[in-house]
Design a protein around this ligand. Sequence first.
Ligand SMILES: C[S@@+](CC[C@H](N)C(=O)[O-])C[C@H]1O[C@@H](n2cnc3c(N)ncnc32)[C@H](O)[C@@H]1O
Length: 688
Amino acid sequence: MDSELRRASSLAQSGRLAEATELYRNILTRSPEDAEATHFLGICLTQSGRRDEGLPLLERSLGLAPQNAMYRQNYGLMLAEAGEIAAAAAQFERLVKADPANATAHNYLGMARQRLGAFDDAIRSYREALRLKPADAAAANNLGYCLLERGDIEGAIGCLRRSLAADAQNPMAHNNLGNALRARGELPGAVESYHRAIALAPGLPNAHHNLALVLRDLDERYAALEAARSAVHCAPDNGAYWQLFADLIAVSRFTAWDAGFAADCERLFSQTEVEVQQCAEAVLSLVRLGPRGRLFLLLLEHAIVADEAFEQEMTALRRELVTSPVSLELCCALAQQCFLNEYLWPELEEETAVVSQRPARTALEIAVRAMYRPLKGIDKPAGANEAFDRMWRRLVEEPGAEAKIEVPVLTPIADAVSRKVQAQYELNPYPRWHRAPGAGPFPLPKLLRSLFPQIDPAKLAAPDAPEILIAGCGSGRHAAITAQMQPLGRVLAVDISRASLAHAMRRCQELGLRNLRFAQADILELGRIEERFDLIECSGVLHHMADPLVGWRVLLSLLRPGGFMKLGLYSELGRTSIVAARELVKGLEVREARERIFALPAAHPARKVATLRDFYTASGARDLILHVQEHRFTIPLLAKAMDALEVEFLGFELVGPRRSMSLEEWDTFEAAAPDSFSTMYQFWIRKP
Ligand SMILES: C[S@@+](CC[C@H](N)C(=O)[O-])C[C@H]1O[C@@H](n2cnc3c(N)ncnc32)[C@H](O)[C@@H]1O
């Protein structure tokens, strides 16, 4: 039997798993209690993807030979591979208990704990592994990774260098060292580390992705875009890599047709849950240089294109199509664009006449109608094509589902201004979003340390599993991002607008976000709830109240001492052109308002609003220049408010180099660069 076991083992080692499996089974028919055959049959089956059969055999082999450390280690590894991390950790714990000098088992235990998110326990295991075996490159690499997760950059760099001294050929250690150097601000060093990782493992997507991030920090946009492109080529199913690719394309403009890039952009737009809105104009610059093919249709279907000339071209194209609709696919794509912009484009009387008189029974007739109006009271025709089905889903089925959603009510809405603002957002939920911003996990303690490296870490102490309130969540994009970034946190998202909340609930359910609940509530009435929060986010909301400080105070009363608040408030300077536009269009309906702005001479201060994305949807344009209630702040006003509220200012969230400046210095900075906060002042405070 020994020779049979040896033969089965050599078959398994040379990858001939089916033959090895058969041999082990033969042995077990004759000797059902043979531990070795039971164990390795379990391994062969697990490695052939038959975990349900393999794992019980591995467990049984331990029943037959409970002291066999190698069997237990293998069982732990197979459990980990099967995603049963807690069970794997339990096996490694038994191993280290039986033999505390087993360095490998300590390392494996650390890896399991790390995957469970128990970083401090993992760090203890790795330290023990290294105490027992100081040149263990794997344990040093793992420890370096965990220390970095815990914000100990120097400790991480020390460990990663130690790992590389023991084994310079480990691409993951180079990659991790790159991350640590990036966190320390040593960007060229980080680039070098990622290049080393890539030289050792050209197909390591993570290293390409990280390289793209650091090149972006260095403002080397095109090199960053190429690195991000390599990452998506290596791992075409990874949404986070596609998201970075999209973000980097957004700041590019094409000057020549590039079929390779067009193919990558088509793949990008086909990722259902990657946000592509931000790269619409960049992709338009490519589409304009080539044939009006698939990418053009995808662009119309998935992104609001904020471009004046394109709007004119498409308005003219729609006019042609209404009289001679040549292609169902094109009509459907254009209808999707019109749905996204909420039928904002101007139409001539003759178009109105055709649309209102022509029947909408066939797929083509319905698609033509859908280019101008929401589809109501129309039956779906049989036998349409895929483009029509997608259009029907978004234009008919999804709004229908939202209308039926029951939104929980948390407080009444009594305040007169709240009701006025509610009416606006019931009609025009904001923002329009149809694809998920694929935000990866970014635990709050780590996020705070990365945003404010200059602040004493003790001040930034925050729970790994925070209670979070999103106050004024709108149509849910904001809440979805936060819920994705804080997967261990629990998020309550409230808004006054039922329509916005229904959209939010449908989208977040589709995204499978389980740590998030929604309710209709007026911030002004929230003082009555019992819950308290570690983090409150309120962006673009308080400035729509009669007195923003009243709402701000209510929110602070819900924040735990030592808790954090992220706010977004309008800047007086940042909105100069918007204020000028608001003055000009007061009292107008949204289409008239846009016409008035488009008709202004190019040099007019209000004309600039026609370059903003919000100007290209009905809800965005209303939010931008026709809002029923709007306050704006200056930095001295913010300082005064924070003094009165007795909160600590942590800093602004501004893309680019982080600056540890006082509010006075920020005021001078904004005066010199008045567009710095053109979207809003996005900043963080802490409740002492
Ligand atoms: C411009 S949107 C911002 C949405 C979201 N925070 C974001 O950044 O995408 C403003 C939202 O604030 C909500 N809002 C305004 N006043 C509110 C109040 N008193 N209580 C709750 N929500 C309010 C509106 O209904 C609207 O959805």
